[in-house]
Design a protein around this ligand. Structure first.
Ligand code: NAD
Length: 360
């Protein structure tokens, strides 16, 4: 099959790690008989340097015309980079928010998977880790408290701030459908997280999720209150498969879930719209402190490319092959500096990409 991929190398280590993900995708094409055509898109600081703005209309059009977008990361060192002398709406991060909005990306996917080989980086005790964990957090990204009406008023000399949390049934239904579709590609369990003992929006959330669940009889659905979920993530993370939740709860829980894996250079992510289209990127930033040194870990970006194969292109077998190659390289003892441990073989960014590609 032929696919059009928009590539956003971005800033800092972005170009280095995206080059390795592309190397791996090219190998997938050779082995499985696909062809990917790539179009490069400037975003963030890289776009400011050329166009004076962090995102252009042409960049959005190129992204929209593709089957999926694979991104490195954007941004620079806020203390030293001239990009941060600009007003906030012209800085690199504004470009990222704008492209997410322009592409209507409402579903954020953040997997948290513990590799046996990297257990040493996990802050949890052995007995809590058990056989490890493999979950994905599906977070609603465009509604809820962060996008509700807000105001700050002074009445009778007292200042009051108001934020509103609004969800309509359509917004809940479309994210729930995504979570159940993803569960069908995994272990067929959805934990829907809310605060239905207090919030009306959560009671509607629960009702709509239960309606959607009827279309997925193979998927087991459970509801969990958000406070309990925060505890369960560090008490028994192995119980989760797909966690479905609203914007603010997901913001907090996805960071908690990433931390329990302990390895920032390994964490992939995706943001999807109503169709199969998505933007795939590592969870980490542009790491300006190590940019250009050839030591960045490309695995989060390579694993994001695997997510792209699975969720946007429906190439599950190929996605499995990339994930298996990452597993194999770790088992063989190769590590970039950020995940280095005693007795392992340290490699740089390019060598790690070569090792993965050779094992596809
Ligand atoms: P960061 O994730 O870039 O770096 C945090 C630490 O982790 C650094 O020590 C870095 O060297 C290390 N690190 C990160 N990724 C690594 C990798 N792949 N391999 C090895 N080590 C890695 O976070 P930060 O320093 O807070 O932010 C740097 C810049 O990135 C800022 O401009 C920030 O706004 C931006 N940022 C962008 C995104 C994005 O593009 N989605 C996300 C987060 C931060």
């Amino acid at each position: 099959m032929n696919y059009k991929i928009a590539l956003i190398p971005g800033d800092g280590i972005g170009p280095e790690i995206v080059a390795e993900a592309k190397k791996v995708l090219d190998q997938v094409c050779r082995v499985y008989g696909h062809s990917f055509s790539y179009e490069e898109v400037l975003l963030g600081g890289a776009s400011i340097d050329v166009h004076g703005v962090p995102l252009t209309d042409e960049a959005v059009e190129t992204a929209k015309a593709s089957d999926a977008v694979l991104m490195g990361s954007i941004g620079g060192d806020a203390k030293t980079s001239p990009w941060y002398q600009l007003e906030p709406s012209k800085r690199p991060e504004a470009g990222l928010l704008a492209i997410r909005k322009a592409l209507n990306l409402f579903a954020n996917l953040r997997p948290a998977y513990l590799y046996d080989e990297l257990k040493g980086a996990c802050p949890l005790k052995e007995e809590v880790i058990g056989d490890g964990f493999d979950m994905i957090i599906v977070r609603e990204l465009t509604g809820g408290l962060y996008f509700g009406e807000r105001k700050t008023v002074v009445e009778n000399g007292v200042t009051t701030a108001v934020d509103t949390l609004t969800y309509n049934e359509n917004e809940i239904r479309r994210i729930a459908v995504k979570a159940f579709d993803i569960a069908m590609k995994r272990n067929k369990k959805v934990t829907s997280v809310d605060k239905a003992n207090v919030l009306d929006s959560s009671r509607l959330w629960r009702k709509v999720v239960e309606e959607v669940a009827k279309d997925y009889p193979e998927v087991a659905l459970e509801h969990m209150l958000v406070d309990n979920c925060a505890m369960q993530l560090v008490h028994d993370p192995g119980q989760f498969d797909v966690i479905l939740t609203e914007n603010m709860f997901g913001d907090i829980l996805s960071d908690e879930a990433s931390m329990v894996t302990g390895s920032i250079g390994m964490l992939s992510s995706a943001s999807l719209n109503e169709t199969k289209f998505g933007l795939y990127e590592p969870s980490h930033g542009s790491a300006p402190d190590i940019a250009g040194k050839g030591i960045a870990n490309p695995l989060a970006t390579i694993l994001s490319a695997a997510m792209m194969l699975r969720y946007s292109l429906d190439l599950d077998k190929e996605a499995d092959a990339v994930e298996a190659a990452v597993q194999k390289v770790l088992t063989e003892g190769y590590r970039t500096v950020d995940i280095m441990a005693d007795g392992m073989k340290q490699v740089g960014t390019k060598e790690m990409g070569d090792l993965i590609a050779e094992r596809i």
